[in-house]
Design a protein around this ligand. Sequence first.
Ligand code: FAD
Length: 516
Amino acid sequence: ALALLLLFVKTLIVGLATDTYNCPLSKQDCTALVALELDGYLSFSNTADAARDFGSMRHEYPSAVLYPSSVKDIAAVVRTVYASPSNLTIAAKGSGHSIHGQAQALNGIVIEMSALRGIHVFPGAFGESPYVDAAGGELWIDVLRATLKMGLAPRSMTDYLYLSVGGTLSNAGVSGQAFRYGPQISNVNELEVVTGIGDIVTCSPFQNADLFFAVLGGLGQFGIITRARIILEAAPNKVKWIRALYSDFTVFTRDQEILMSQAQENSFDYIEGSVIVNSKDRHGWKSVPFEGQIINASLIPDTAGPVLYCLELTKNYHDHEVNTDDKKVSSLLEHLGHLPSLIFSTDVPYLDFLDRVHVGEERLRKLGLWDVPHPWMNLFIPKSRITDFDAWVFKKHLRDGINGPLLVYPLDRMKWDSRMSAVTPNEDIFYLVGLLRYASLSSAASVESLLNENKEVTEFCRAKGIGYKQYLPHYSTQEEWSRHFGFHWLKFVDRKLMFDPKAILSPGQRIFIRKK
Ligand code: FAD
């Protein structure tokens, strides 16, 4: 009788701690999950956050959210779900900056990766290069802050740093440094992963390599990244930040491509670019000068078309090098073909430059424009067709702008390991085109029309035979996914069978259907 009483009390305590009595899952799943001895906890009630993302267009509520305090917690929940005969799924959620619900799990379990912390910087010694070990849910801003304390920084970043390590490594992680170092997925030495079976596996190019390469750019399909070992380099403390205006797309892309091909000492450390409306609109040429600077619009030739192009560059330096570096930068800029006198520069601390988008975020939050729908679309366009793309998409279809930044900059395919899951166009150089639009009117009609405008762009590419790839892809049928991956599709399916045979993980990507 005493044993029964103790069991009853234990069940009651566990039940209260884990909120069991709200468990909306099958009795069998609830019992199995509640019986787990977790370091963290499961919640069956606070599920609203897990049904939200930056896109703000899809809201799928999970049945439970796991706040793990250890990798063991994650493995235990995955194993339980793997053993369940129901169709329960699991999505790791990083910082929820997906657009189309990719980190959501309808009626499943969302793992709030931010609950599992850990950043350990290894400054390098005995011939070993420096690296940082970061938990999958850590944000890049926190990783950067920790490494800067040691005078080090990751080599390849994203434009925005409030993204999680596991989230960007599941895609690629690109920005203006990727032309030199490749995307973030090319700058990782080792991963710790919980597979779809619940195994905790350490992998690298030399150990469990197939899992390592599957997970990089793997859209969360093959395992949950619980730790990543990221390559570091010596960090500068300042950057010279430059923006130059162009009216001719061919000259603009020629300069980008020349700069990306030159040796580090004869080039810049960051190369990006954007398309802007040829008007004094908020997203027009007024957006080019830095704070406190103004643009003389009379210098823009009358012959310029409906859009202009802004080349954005930085050169890293240390405070004590300022004079020599200024000379070096001036001589590099002399060779550029931008519009005469329409070039602007400023000097900022390295961290301020890398964290630049956050300043914009704070401004938009104040205006109530951050938590609005974001029908974004990112494409990789092969170099051989970028001029055709410009002629129709930039100059015609989107000539009035997109109510947000429109990025265009080149990447080097040689810096992408073809063993990784991420796919790119089949050319050595391809361009990232980012339509980062904000639907300021949150009416469904406006979102719908922006999504249609995106669709017209991809339809144009298909009609003209432009071999594009979506970056941060969003598809809903297997036919579309198999077209996206092309001849990598069979490998993708094989890896799924190997590492997540019941298709438990990342259901929000809509690639595979959960098997019982
Ligand atoms: P989430 O949205 O939480 O998850 C994305 C996917 O990854 C989901 O399928 C999820 O299940 C899976 N996942 C998450 N964590 C893990 C994990 N630990 N293990 C396995 N799978 C996991 N991208 C760039 O490349 N460059 C940029 O400059 C850039 N800037 C951006 C700026 C903004 C304002 C926004 C909103 C997005 C930007 N992105 C950029 C896109 C961004 O990289 C992706 O949205 C990425 O998925 C965000 O990471 P997250 O942590 O929010 O992922």
